[in-house]
Write a protein that binds this ligand. Structure first.
Ligand SMILES: C[S@@+](CC[C@H](N)C(=O)[O-])C[C@H]1O[C@@H](n2cnc3c(N)ncnc32)[C@H](O)[C@@H]1O
Length: 372
């Protein structure tokens, strides 16, 4: 079966996430810009994509290729009114090309006695919010979003629940502007970048702050272990995890550079120390001190961790990178040292794995490691 993943704002990160969790029998082919085709490679053509959209931080929509022509598919739907949205992800698509397709389908279906409501496009593709709020996520068999990419047609089977993310983000009782708020989506991405983990794997976040990684890992069904040098942060994590009714977690105050974690660790996913919050582009001298401090903490942590994990244990860390005047980002130069410690760095070129909004001063530079 062929699937289609519509990727988020930063497609390189979404692709890395999908690649990390899909087994090797799946291969990914990029269409263009932010449309990704995830396709099974051969022998087991009936295989079902082994991921749920609710656990993918970087994918906006998942769709499955239609086995028949769109009209035949729609005509065979159970009786009752059909709600139809059409998104045209072809390269030269416009709002008009999508609407024409939708109205063409509606016209023929109406002629065959079916009642159809077309969801209006503002652009060639329906936004995640429009798809979601019109119930086109594949749960209702007569509320359909069809996706066209050139001559191929797909049916949406999952839409990222942007409302659920906002709720999770905003409902948390303990927040701290100074440590920044890791978006839950990015927490999921960091966890998924560890690769496929066994269902009850224990994930460590040694810089757990207010606990976003822990919360998302618990929601994904993992065991979690959070530590932080600041006891106030541990109180915050405790409060937040309790708020979500979790009670199966371990939280301790500890310096990541020297702490001895008491449990076996199967994976590490974290946002490391990002330095001081900044609202303007830092001067070279300030940048130098910030970089020095962050590098010392992150390298110190990795050195300490090394003796406490098994070979092949995955470690993903969001490190800071600072905006320069020319719009590029200045990253920590720590990868050679990390390799020398005995880790494999998966994404050494790292070009794409920089998570940020336009103009954001401190971006998150994701590094993916595995103990050799
Ligand atoms: C960017 S914040 C992480 C925020 C977190 N992702 C959250 O969900 O709130 C970095 C955290 O690292 C902690 N930290 C800084 N130095 C540390 C160290 N040496 N060991 C452990 N934690 C440290 C800080 O207290 C802070 O909570």
């Amino acid at each position: 079966m062929n699937y289609l993943a519509i990727l988020g704002r930063q497609p390189e990160i979404s692709i890395a996430e999908l690649k990390a969790i899909l087994e090797e029998k799946w291969y990914l082919k990029e269409y263009h810009q932010n449309v990704l085709l995830a396709k099974i490679s051969g022998e087991k053509s009936s295989s079902v994509l082994p991921v749920e959209i609710s656990k993918l931080g970087g994918t906006l929509k998942l769709a499955i290729e239609l086995a028949e022509k769109p009209l035949d598919f729609l005509r065979n739907l159970p009786d009752g009114k059909i709600t139809l949205g059409v998104s045209d992800y072809s390269k030269n698509a416009s709002r008009k090309t999508a609407i024409i397709e939708a109205l063409k389908l509606k016209k023929i279906l109406t002629r065959h006695g079916r009642s159809v409501r077309v969801v209006e496009n503002k652009e060639a593709v329906l936004s995640t919010a429009t798809s979601l709020h019109n119930g086109l996520s594949g749960k209702n068999e007569r509320k359909i979003e069809l996706i066209k990419v050139n001559d191929n047609w797909y049916k949406v089977i999952g839409i990222q629940d942007i409302d659920a993310y906002s709720k999770r983000d905003q409902a948390r009782p303990a927040r701290d502007a100074k440590v920044g708020m890791l978006p839950p989506k990015l927490a999921q991405i960091l966890i998924n970048l560890c690769g496929p983990l066994k269902p009850n794997a224990r994930i460590l976040d040694p810089f757990c702050g207010t606990g976003v990684v822990l919360q998302e890992a618990l929601l994904m069904g993992y065991h979690v272990y959070g530590t932080d040098i600041n006891s106030r942060m541990i109180e915050y994590s405790e409060k937040n995890l309790k708020f979500f009714n979790f009670n199966n977690y371990k939280l301790e105050v500890g310096d990541a550079i020297s702490y001895k974690w008491a449990e076996k660790i199967d994976a590490v996913a974290c946002e490391g120390y990002l330095g001081k919050p900044m609202s303007t582009i830092p001067l070279e001298i300030k940048l130098k001190t910030e970089k020095q401090e962050c590098s010392t903490i992150i390298l110190g942590f990795l050195k300490n961790l090394y003796t406490q994990i098994e070979p092949n244990t995955p470690v993903t860390i969001a490190c800071p990178a600072w905006l320069r005047k020319d719009g590029s980002y200045s990253r920590l130069e720590i990868l050679d040292e990390i390799e020398n410690m005995g880790y494999n760095v998966n994404n050494k070129s790292r070009e794409g794995l920089l998570y940020h909004r336009d103009g954001q001063i401190v971006a998150r530079d994701i590094i993916i490691l595995r103990k050799k």
